[in-house]
Design a protein around this ligand. Structure first.
Ligand code: B12
Length: 219
């Protein structure tokens, strides 16, 4: 029964059935499903939307609709409580942003929420962020970690450009870089010169916590 409803949810997302997605999400949360599990199912539906777009069965308007549905799920009370509650005691500081040329922000916003509930202060620079802005904000806020988000293939090059700009400015050794996006791999991470990568928020936040626990950052 549980699997049936989980599959229904994924199908509703794929079919962009906004009302059904929201209704079933709310029901599943009320019945005790954990926000992180719900997130995984919605994400699976989004992947299918992406595949339909790639096959040209869906258009850009469908991607926009999928994005709007996802954002509404994140605004359900139990999701907001999970992803947006801030801890008073701060364990570290992260400058986070989606790199230039990329305006996808759903994943970044989830990462921000999860970092915050794990005690990080997050300076969120938004989307389409130029390397100069990352440099300026790092000099201003002196974070432990910089998180770069990007889900487009060409964002890999842009992320590398950001890290290269820090090397040129002589600031690379003062911080750790974590890059995130569901197409990233160990190999790509090495190519960019990042310290780590994550294809989901939970793994990324765990890495950030380990860095703080192990060495209190590189500073
Ligand atoms: C919704 C969506 C959109 C929406 C975005 C709305 C928004 N506010 O974000 C809109 C309509 C704007 C959009 C536009 C485009 N999109 Co789009 N989009 C998607 C879609 C369907 C879902 C993305 C999403 O939100 N996923 C859910 C989130 C939760 O997952 P996530 O982003 O991966 O984030 C998780 C992890 O990656 C990780 N993470 C992410 N960032 C970070 C950062 C750090 C530091 C860490 C630790 C972890 C981390 O944690 C997150 C949570 O677990 C994807 C398909 C897909 N499979 O992802 C296509 C997809 C990403 N889009 C695609 C394309 C092609 C486009 C357009 C170029 C289309 C066009 N012709 O205009 C434009 C590009 C616009 C631009 N310049 O950025 C392609 C990219 C292909 C490629 N290989 O480059 C995809 C893969 C679809 C496809 N299969 O073809 N899109």
């Amino acid at each position: 029964m549980k699997d049936f409803r989980k599959n229904s949810l994924i199908n509703y997302v794929e079919q962009l059935e906004e009302e059904s997605v929201l209704k079933l999400s709310q029901e599943l949360l009320n019945e005790g499903m954990q926000p992180l599990e719900l997130l995984q199912h919605i994400k699976e539906g989004m992947n299918r939307v992406g595949e339909l777009y790639e096959r040209k069965d869906y258009y850009i308007a469908d991607l926009i609709m999928a994005g709007l549905i996802f954002k509404q799920v994140l605004e359900l009370d139990k999701m907001t409580a999970h992803f947006h509650s801030k801890q008073n005691k701060k364990i570290g500081k992260v400058v986070l942003g989606t790199v230039k040329g990329d305006i996808h922000d759903i994943g970044k916003d989830i990462v921000r929420g999860m970092l915050e509930i794990n005690g990080f202060e997050v300076i969120d620079l938004g989307v389409d962020v130029a390397k100069e802005i990352f440099l300026k904000k790092v000099e201003e806020y002196k974070p432990d970690i910089v998180g770069l988000s990007g889900v487009l293939t060409y964002s890999v090059d842009t992320m590398k450009e950001v890290i290269d700009a820090f090397i040129e400015a002589g600031l690379r050794d003062t911080i750790r870089f974590i890059v995130g996006g569901n197409h990233l791999t160990e190999e790509v991470c090495k190519f960019m010169g990042a310290d780590s990568y994550a294809t989901d928020a939970t793994a990324g936040v765990l890495t950030c916590r380990q860095w703080i626990n192990d060495t209190k950052g590189k500073k």
